[in-house]
Design a protein around this ligand. Structure first.
Ligand code: HEC
Length: 124
């Protein structure tokens, strides 16, 4: 490997940041929002309000990133949603929240894409 050390370090750091974001999602969010963001985590059946399906393209056309970030930072009630959506401002930095929102967007499927409802990597 002939990459100069600073570049190698940067490459490794950005890979780690991406992996971390997925890890943060699994740790803090997947229990309600599901491994693939479809709102079908194991806690979802016991919630009063069902989490949204982040894989739906129409979800992304009606929301604003600022509102999503605020919901994550200050909780659902801060943007008029259910207070069952907890506030994470105490645990996650603004930068981590920015990255999580980018991560949520990766769940969006293209219109017409066929998704196997059982494909949850074995852990919904
Ligand atoms: C205890 C269950 C629970 C956990 C844990 C949870 N959420 Fe939620 N979340 C919800 C519910 C329920 C809603 C829907 C609220 C509503 O529509 O009134 C929601 C809504 C949201 C919304 C707003 C969606 C919209 O319609 O605008 C975002 C964004 C979000 N969650 C992200 C996250 C992220 C990121 C995490 C982890 C850091 C997380 N949630 C953890 C239950 C949860």
């Amino acid at each position: 490997m002939s990459m100069p050390l600073p570049m190698l370090t940067l490459a490794l750091l950005s890979t780690t940041a991406r992996a971390d974001t997925g890890g943060l999602y699994v740790l803090h969010c997947a229990s309600c929002h599901g491994m693939r963001g479809r709102g079908d985590g194991w806690q979802a059946p016991s919630l009063q309000v069902q989490p949204p399906d982040f894989s739906r393209p129409d979800f992304w056309t009606r929301v604003r990133y600022d509102d999503l970030k605020r919901a994550i930072r200050e909780g659902g009630a801060s943007v008029g949603l259910s207070a069952e959506m907890p506030a994470f401002g105490g645990e996650l930095t603004d930068e981590q929240i920015d990255r999580i929102v980018e991560y949520l967007r990766t769940f969006e499927r293209t219109p017409g894409e066929v998704v196997d409802p059982d494909d949850d990597y074995g852990c919904g």
